[in-house]
Design a protein around this ligand. Sequence first.
Ligand code: ZN
Length: 515
Amino acid sequence: MHETLKELKGRLLEIYDLSMAAAVLRWDQATYMPPGGAGARGRQMATLSRIAHERLTEPGMGRLLDRLEPWTAGLPHDSDEACLVRVTRRAYDRAIKVPSAFVSELDEHASLSYQTWTTARPRNDFASVRPLLEKTLEMSRRLADFFPGYESIADPLIDYSDYGMKASSVRAVFAELRARLVPLVRAITERPAPDDRCLRQSAPEADQLAFGLEVLRKFGFHFERGRQDLTHHPFMTKFSLGDVRITTRVRKQDLTDALFSTLHEAGHAMYEQGIRRDHEGTPLADGASAGVHESQSRLWENLVGRSRGFWEFFYPKLQAAFPAQLRPVPLDTFYRAINRVERSLIRTDADEVTYNLHVMMRFDLELDLLEGRLAVRDLPEAWRARFESDLGIPVPDDRDGVLQDVHWFSGPIGGAFQGYTLGNILSAQFFAAAIAAHPGIGAEIARGEFDTLHGWLREHVYQHGARFTAAELVERATGSPMTIEPYIAYLWGKYQPLYGLAGEQPGALAGRRAG
Ligand code: ZN
């Protein structure tokens, strides 16, 4: 078996190298590449992903898995060999169902629609992307149909990013969360909004970036195995476990946007940096799911980075870095400003309380499109109607409405959004488990110390990479399946005093009656 396993690892390493090489090209495209490189770059990335797909779906790969499975069936579920064979089997079975020609067609179409979207959005021109989006919807349905036997046509697409979840299970979690969030949003927005003018000031780019990097050093981000560069739409990517990249942007008239974006992407990056090094070159060198990945970025960005304790330590340093802007602003004013809750247009700028409403409406619209209740031509109107009923503010145009997110214009429709809210839910569940194990974590954060928290995450989440499914990982790390209770408790515990909300947590009674 040793030789068979070695052969499997050899093949997987080649596939890994091909996809990491494609990641370098994609990162360069989003950071330093001059516009003239666009055409060739798209082709080069498509070539690499086609070869990687061909390598993964070679019949020899299936034969190796067939030979190894009877052996790993006798090994413990969490042994390295059993995990590797199980995760490779899942990727292989998924890949062989989708013809290579379809993969290339989808890639090419996605790249064309992305290019069109980049000019359509600023021009508020939905009409020019509409035929492309219609084709995307048709291709998304075809993609799902390669996996017959689903309950909802969205299931195979959700399964790609959040393995183990289905439209019905996501719907159930979202309905439960929504029932608790809507009254909280209402209660908060009935109170006077804090003044956040202190954030709407400009500051030199280099100083903003330097401050973010100083925080990352304290967090325990490894700079010898990662770096940060500038881009338009921040993201994290990796070229190996020894080279994990994050990107950020600096906005004029915004003092903290770059910082929170840096903390968010660093959360993703520290997860990747913390994966066991000997998983390098295999499909185990990856996150457990989109939701778990997002839980790590949200945990560092929000539960740590927007906490009172964090700023007790860092605010004097931020004031020292930007004395003209912040010297006259007390900590309390700043803390309230960075946690201001308001109904707003743009998902990526939304606060932690309203954010999930933005996600839920996208998820429902995706299901309506895929399940045939909504046509692409009616999407802008459906967006406006749903947005106004959920967020209570009018949508002025498609630019800041249906065209605001890149997701539907750069890949299939379906499965792209639920991970954000699952991540928010899980961020609080992991954080609560870390604090239950180490009650001193809160006090340490207020001293600018993060080793205990980072160590807990490395031990219970990061090191495992993709060895376990999200459901298995959550259960192992926190002792219970995914639950919204820690998240609701976190939001209430933070925003009740911040906004002086009266009485009991909204929806708590209803939640208890429901059991
Ligand atoms: Zn993220």
